[in-house]
Every structure is written in structure tokens, then in C-alpha cells.
Design a binder for this molecule. Structure first.
Ligand code: GDP
Ligand code: GDP
Length: 433
């Protein structure tokens, strides 16, 4: 499981600058999807063979007037408790502030490792930049420059030292899915509908991280694993009011699954949070099925309205199948499984090089990539670079200037030819010149 690193610190110390640096390489892989609002506070990255998730808690800060005592926002505190490591940024140019001390006091009680990082230290001797911050009593401070990149790799190597390398191959060979969505859309009702009908083989506690539970079950002769994030299955015994939505748990469960089932509430508007959660699945490259729940008790006008809303706000999920279900009445659940199977198969498909190259050549014959200046990119052949999501690596010359629209055109060609319904798809380029 990938570790999650939380970036913490008062405003203006450089959290978002560092966040961008830590997520840049990976983000470049996701071609801009029209309509996808990228949440710039959660992202993926990798240093060497070590992948990680990173959260910029600056996005959670309440807007406070000057002079009001700084309080860490609730979401920030939650992130501090749930992250695997904390990078606490301070500003080497302004020096220690009262806010830094308040945050340090809170972080000293943290169970996770905390790395005190002095930013904006370009051109300064490390000992000078860090000297006064020893007072925060969080160990030896490290100096970096987020905007220049100095010391960032060393920092991440240290943070990630005790976390595992990326897994080579997916360990299971059946759908391992997670049900995601904002609170109250019907996730636990759906989990219970799913498990109530089927024979649960084992409550597998082994390999369980935090409080997510992995449950193996069989349905119509096929194997599945459902990742049940805490509070879903056990809900009902706990007070509903204390149930809280956990970004980190959701992201990590998505990472660990090979299929995500996004639940929406048909009786409410599609919210920003729905789009954000959908965005997690898309960025993680997971196969996706959408369950529009609470389809009972809707009149035709309401049904039309919500379908229109979905098309408008979640258009970037056009690769996924949508199901209109009632978890409460257990309607539509069987069809949902057909799409889970299909999405899983698509995500794990082996794409043969000769066929990939044939489709590529066909695509180029139909529509040449646009010229930039005197040079026209030349697309020569393609091979598969990965699964879940399928990655297609296109080789050729002068490929760096290919516009996103052409990349999407190629994606659509490959998707149709290989019937990759239900999974995101990534096209990458490898230029010889
Ligand atoms: P945040 O509020 O903590 O997310 O901080 P930002 O990333 O928005 O940075 C605040 C300001 O500090 C911006 O003007 C950045 O350009 C600047 N900044 C960030 N990192 C560095 C750095 O390493 N060196 C210098 N000199 N400025 C930086
Ligand atoms: P969660 O927070 O996403 O796990 O949501 P729950 O499963 O706890 O459901 C929230 C509320 O929605 C509960 O009162 C459920 O009874 C109700 N609910 C769940 N599924 C349906 C459905 O298909 N139709 C209707 N009408 N209500 C539902």
C-alpha cells in the first residue's frame, strides 16, 4: 500500500509549491480531460521505485482574518492523524512565527513521523537556515528550496525510506473492488445488499491496513474481494453523527482496489465532492462503475433532471458504465456485477503489440497528427506499458508536441478496437528524437 504524506504548515510557507513538485511527473501522464476539475490538493508521485500519495492540507484551511488565532482546520487534523508521515514546512526567510509554534505543539503529539523542513533556503547555508528552528523540538530540521528543487529528493528519500517499493504485478486475479462515494449516498446499504445475497467465504483480516476490511465472497461461481472501508459495514452500531468522510482512507482503498464503484445519490444534486471522489479514481487509473442509487421513488421528470446533471458535471467519466439502482430495494445489483466483471477484464487486458501497432497505423491514416512548425510528429509503433490502467506507449519521432485532443483521439481508437469499456486508458509517447 502506498504511504500517504501530509504537507502541513501555516499559509505561504510553500506547501503548494512543494506539492506541485512532488506530483508533477505523475500528473503529466493524465491527459487533460475536459470537465474534470482537478483537485490540486491530492496527488500521486514517485521517487525512484517508491510511490506515494501526497496531500496539501493548505487546501483545507479556513479563511481567517488577520489577528485571529490560527486554528488547524478539522480536515487538517484528520489528515495529520491518518497520514503515514508528516512534512511540516516552515519558512527559512521569515523565521519562526507563533503559528509555527502552535502547529509544532500539535505535531509533537502525533504518532506518525514528523519531518521539520525549512523551505526557501536556496542560497543559504543549511546550518544557518535551520538554526533557529531547533527550538520547535521536532528533531533535526532539513533545509530545502521547493521552488528550485534543492534538497527535495533527499527529503523524499528519507521520508520514504521505510516504506515498500512499488508492487510489480497485481496479486489477485479476480475483481477486488471498493465502494466509494460521499456520506449518505447508500454505500453501506449497497455493501449489505451485495454481501447479504452472497456467500461470504472469509473475513480476511490479514493484510488489512488501518481499519479497512477485505472480504472474499463468491457470486454465481465467481470470486470477488470487496474492500470495506471502516464505518461502512460496521455502521448501524455506531452513532451516525460521528461518521466522518475520510479522504485518505478513500484514496488508499482506491489504490488497493482494481475496480471502484462510485455511488451517487439520485435524490440529490451532483456535488463538487462527487466529482472530487470520481477524480481520485480516475487519477489512480482504476476501472470504474457508477451506481446512481436511490432510483426508487423518482418520477420521470426527476429522472431526466438527474441524468442531465450527471452528463453535465461528470462527463469526464464517459468511459464508465452507469447503472440506476436501488440498494434499499436490492434492484439493479446483479447488473452492477456484470459491469464490474467487464471493467475488470478491460483493465487487465493484454494488448498485443502487432494489433496495437495496426490500430495506431489505421488511426494515423485516418487523421494525421497536426504539424507544429515544419515538423510533423511521426508515430511508428505501440506496445503495452502496463495494466490497471492499460498504458499504451507510442514510439516515434517528434512526439512531444502532440496536442491532448489528438491523444484523446488515439485513446478512443484503442478503446474501441480492444473493447476497453469501464477502464481509464493512458497513452504515453516515447520519442527517438
Ligand atoms: P502555501 O500557502 O504554503 O501553499 O505556499 P505557496 O506554495 O503558495 O508559496 C507561497 C509563496 O512562497 C509563493 O510566492 C512561492 O512562490 C514562494 N515560495 C515557495 N517555495 C519557495 C522557495 O523555495 N523559495 C522561495 N524564495 N520562495 C518560495
Ligand atoms: P453511506 O453513508 O453512503 O454508507 O449511506 P447509507 O447506506 O448509510 O445510506 C444513507 C441513507 O440512505 C439511509 O437512510 C438509507 O436507508 C438510505 N438509502 C440507501 N440506499 C437507498 C435507496 O436505494 N433508496 C432510498 N430511498 N434510500 C436509500
Amino acid at each position: 500500500m502506498k504511504p500517504t504524506i501530509a504537507l502541513v504548515g501555516r499559509p505561504n510557507v510553500g506547501k503548494s509549491t512543494l506539492f506541485n513538485r512532488l506530483t508533477r511527473s505523475r500528473d503529466a501522464l493524465v491527459a487533460d480531460q475536459p470537465g474534470l476539475t482537478r483537485d490540486r490538493h491530492y496527488g500521486h508521485g514517485r521517487v525512484g521505485s517508491k510511490p506515494y500519495l501526497v496531500i496539501d492540507t493548505g487546501g483545507f484551511e479556513p479563511v481567517v482574518d488577520e489577528g485571529i488565532l490560527f486554528e488547524m482546520a478539522k480536515q487538517t487534523l484528520q489528515a495529520v492523524d491518518e497520514a503515514d508521515a508528516i512534512v511540516f514546512l516552515v519558512d527559512g526567510r521569515t523565521g519562526i512565527t507563533p503559528q509555527d509554534k502552535i502547529i509544532a505543539n500539535r505535531l509533537r503529539r502525533s504518532n506518525q513521523p514528523v519531518y521539520l523542513v525549512v523551505n526557501k533556503a536556496e542560497g543559504m547555508r543549511s546550518a544557518v537556515a535551520t538554526a533557529e528552528f531547533h527550538e520547535l523540538a521536532l528533531g533535526e530540521p532539513l533545509s530545502i528550496s521547493a521552488s528550485h528543487g534543492d534538497g527535495v529528493r533527499e527529503l523524499m528519500e528519507m521520508v520514504l525510506e521505510h516504506f515498500p517499493d512499488a508492487e510489480e504485478e497485481p496479486k489477485v486475479n479476480h475483481p477486488k473492488f471498493v465502494i466509494i462515494g460521499r456520506p449518505n449516498v447508500g454505500k453501506s446499504t449497497l455493501v449489505n445488499a451485495v454481501l447479504g445475497e452472497d456467500r461470504v467465504i472469509a473475513f480476511d483480516q490479514a493484510g488489512t491496513t488501518r481499519d479497512s476490511i477485505y472480504i472474499d465472497f463468491e457470486r454465481e461461481g465467481r470470486q470477488y474481494t470487496i474492500i470495506d472501508t471502516a464505518g461502512v459495514r460496521r455502521r448501524g452500531k455506531v452513532d451516525e453523527a460521528i461518521e466522518k468522510f475520510s479522504v485518505i482512507k478513500t484514496m488508499q482503498a482506491i489504490e488497493d482496489a482494481n475496480v471502484a464503484v462510485l455511488v451517487l445519490d439520485a435524490q440529490l444534486d451532483i456535488s463538487e465532492q462527487d466529482a472530487t471522489i470520481a477524480g481520485f479514481a480516475l487519477e489512480a487509473g482504476r476501472a470504474l462503475v457508477v451506481a446512481v442509487n436511490k432510483w426508487d421513488n423518482l418520477d420521470n421528470h426527476q429522472k431526466e433532471t438527474i441524468k442531465h446533471e450527471i452528463a453535465r458535471k461528470l462527463g469526464f467519466l464517459d468511459f464508465a458504465k452507469f447503472h440506476y439502482i436501488s440498494a434499499l430495494e436490492r434492484k439493479g445489483v446483479a447488473d452492477l456485477f456484470k459491469s464490474i466483471d467487464e471493467a475488470y477484464r478491460a483493465a487487465m487486458t493484454k494488448l498485443q503489440t502487432p494489433k496495437l501497432t495496426r490500430i495506431l497505423q489505421l488511426a494515423v491514416e485516418r487523421q494525421l497528427p497536426p504539424r507544429t512548425g515544419p515538423i510533423r510528429p511521426k508515430l511508428r509503433y505501440a506496445h503495452q506499458g502496463g495494466m490497471n490502467p492499460p498504458i499504451i506507449v507510442v514510439h516515434g519521432n517528434a512526439l512531444s508536441k502532440i496536442p491532448d485532443s489528438y491523444t484523446r483521439y488515439l485513446e478512443n481508437m484503442f478503446r474501441k478496437a480492444f473493447q476497453l469499456q469501464g477502464t481509464p486508458l493512458r497513452v504515453q509517447y516515447k520519442s527517438n528524437t
